[in-house]
Design a protein around this ligand. Structure first.
Ligand code: GLN
Length: 546
């Protein structure tokens, strides 16, 4: 639309995880519904090149982009809110910036110069930010700087942003926590004020303030924040707790954020919220509950399975039900066999992706429970691999069958390394990653779910169903209903005769948006809903006959 892209920088104060990701995504939505072409950049000031080798316990889920990037989970929010496909270019880290500056230095590109943070590192950062604008010819790039203002590692990025104010049309949005102080039942702005001072100390004056607080801030708080931010009151907004989170763009719009930014940046200002309102209302209309167990090993960290949680929520909303997702710690199922019994409370069991041995026997026990009791089951990646292990052990009777990831000496390696992985030893970015075609076999449940013989889905794995065991598994009754395009690897398994037992090697959770839920999740939640209805009908008829 414009020849010169504009840049919105989002900074955070007081605490990390203040909600910048969903606020940046909401900003994207607020502009998209005005016909503005947006793109995003998430900056992570850590030295890792990407998020691939980080523990989900610490950093939350690793989000996989279509082009195979292992990125920060905020890219997931950008996709779920706007439907714009992210790429690895949309996540920038200190590791990437420094490796490229050092490579250039070694090549002699800075010959004769002393290579410094300013200008070499900041120039590299600015050129990476500008590259995002070129990716899809964006009118506006929303640049979210991860971490908290005042962090040492963020400084080169803030400095690059400060310089861009002179070179481009920019807008700075500062998001920080307003603390609710329980004893006096007051909203306290002191920490917020300090974060504004910190921002100014490095030369950044915000244009917009977003107060993050549990409830809407009152006029007095707004007045104070405006005063300390050297801004008119109209530039102060509040992101309070909303459910579902997809309501946030509407909440910010109602406060006038869209208008304010559109005027400041000279953008079109005719928003059309009709379709977004419709999907948000789906959540309000949902009445019946389905209870889903999410069995994994990073259950203590809320964000470890965020894409799965959201994908279940999208599917449930479109089916008119409310999904109650309960994290079940796989290791607990191992330690306490009676814990398995608690799985009876659930209408569906989902076994999560994962790596390494901890908790795997618990996951296998949960799968076995689902298979034997006819409880709807969905497995993702590791969840599919362990379903194959469970089937091999308990249906085919192959004692100690396992994945070689977990037991390299297993007598029955039903899950084994992908052939191309045998020569790889480096850990960063070396899995089978990103979007690949999946060919679905006609006449299967997977075909009924997807209604197509060809889909594209994202991947992140090193292991696969061992071709040496395909015949045995199939003879035992397991159906392979999806394959890679070359037919050499299994992508989907299912169990006929079971109400719903489907697992995929790919990750469907990275292909679900609130406006377009992913079919496999839809089918799973629907099966869970039916299972619940049948169970309650059975209870009623038992009560009547008893
Ligand atoms: N650890 C398994 C593999 O590498 C599964 C990975 C996953 O669940 N994403 O193949």
């Amino acid at each position: 639309m414009f020849c010169v892209p504009k840049y919105i920088f989002v900074t955070g104060g007081v605490i990390s995880s203040v909600g910048k990701g969903t606020i940046a995504a909401s900003l994207g939505k607020v502009l998209s519904v005005r016909g503005v072409k947006v793109d995003f950049l998430k900056i992570d000031p850590y030295v890792n090149v990407d998020a691939g080798t980080m523990n989900p316990y610490v950093h939350g889920e690793v989000y996989v982009t279509a082009d195979g990037g292992e990125t920060d989970l905020d890219l997931g929010w950008y996709e779920r809110f706007t439907g714009i496909t992210m790429s690895k270019l949309n996540n920038l880290t200190t590791g990437q910036v420094f490796s490229s500056v050092i490579e250039k230095e070694r090549r002699g590109e800075y010959l004769g110069q002393c290579v410094q943070i300013i200008p070499h590192v900041t120039d590299e950062i600015k050129s990476r930010i500008r590259r995002v604008a070129e990716r899809r010819g964006a009118d506006v790039v929303i640049v979210e700087i991860g971490g908290t203002i005042g962090d040492i590692e963020g400084l080169p990025f803030y400095e690059a942003a400060r310089q861009m104010r002179l070179e481009e049309e920019t807008l700075f949005v500062h998001v920080a926590l307003v603390i609710y102080h329980e004893p006096t039942r007051e909203m306290k702005t002191k920490a917020f004020q300090h974060s504004l001072q910190e921002l100014r100390r490095i030369g950044i004056q915000p244009d917009v303030i977003v107060a993050r607080s549990p409830k809407m801030i009152n006029e007095e708080v707004r007045r104070k924040l405006a005063l300390f931010g050297t801004l008119p009151k109209e530039a102060v907004f509040c992101s309070y707790n909303v459910s579902p989170v997809y309501r946030l763009p509407l909440v910010l719009e109602e406060q006038g954020l869209g208008d304010y930014i559109a005027k400041k940046l000279g953008l079109p200002n005719n928003p059309d919220w009709s379709s977004w309102r419709r999907v948000v209302e789906l959540y309000d209309r949902a009445t019946d509950v389905v209870k889903i167990a999410l069995c994994g090993k990073y259950t203590a960290m809320e964000d470890s399975y965020v894409s799965i949680r959201e994908a279940i929520g999208h599917a449930a909303a479109h089916l008119g039900v409310r999904a109650e997702l309960v994290m079940v710690e796989a290791e607990e199922l191992e330690k306490d066999p009676t814990a398995l019994d608690s799985l009876r409370d659930f209408d569906g069991i989902l076994v999560a992706p994962g790596f390494g041995k901890r908790g795997t026997e618990g996951k296998i026990a949960a799968i076995s429970f689902a298979r034997r009791t006819g409880t709807p089951f969905m497995g993702i990646c590791f969840g599919m691999q362990l379903a194959v292990v469970e089937f091999a052990r308990n249906v085919l009777g192959l004692k100690d069958a396992n994945s070689t990831e977990l037991d390299p000496g297993t007598p029955h390696p039903v899950i084994d390394l992908l052939p191309e992985q045998r020569v790889i030893s480096a850990m960063g970015g070396t899995m089978r990653l990103g979007e690949h075609e999946v060919v679905i076999r006609e006449g299967t449940l997977a075909y009924r779910i997807y209604g197509s013989t060809s889909i594209r889905r994202r991947h992140r794995h090193r292991y696969e169903v061992n071709p040496d065991y395909w015949d045995q598994l199939r003879e035992g009754g397991l159906v392979f209903s999806g394959f890679s395009a070359d037919g050499r690897r299994v992508e989907v398994i299912e169990l006929p005769g079971h109400p719903f037992f489907v697992a995929s090697q790919f990750h469907p959770e990275f292909s679900s948006t609130v406006e377009s839920p992913e079919p496999l999740f839809m089918a799973f939640v629907d099966a869970a809903r039916r299972h619940r209805a049948e169970r309650s009908a059975a209870v009623t008829s038992q009560a009547l006959s008893g």
